[in-house]
Design a protein around this ligand. Structure first.
Ligand code: ZN
Length: 78
């Protein structure tokens, strides 16, 4: 039998996902941040296309201003 905890668990981190629109089928493809220009494969149509890299400092900034997700917790759960 698995142990059960009644203690509320808070976010210990968060990830940012970027949306890129596939030029072949226009499906939105969700991609974790990458600071290098890479070519990705659309999971819907399997077409390949290069994506613009994102600035890692910007991603880190979003994580810092949300206290790694803790600041996003609903007020009545704090
Ligand atoms: Zn596609």
């Amino acid at each position: 039998m698995q142990p059960v905890s009644n203690e509320l668990v808070y976010p210990g981190g968060m990830e940012v996902i970027f949306h890129y629109r596939c030029p072949h089928c226009t499906t939105t493809v969700r991609v974790p941040p990458t600071d290098k220009s890479i070519t990705i494969t659309c999971p819907h149509c399997h077409g390949r296309f290069p994506i613009a890299p994102v600035d890692d400092a910007t991603v880190k900034f979003v994580q810092v201003i949300t206290l790694n997700g803790t600041a996003a917790v609903q007020q009545n759960y704090l």
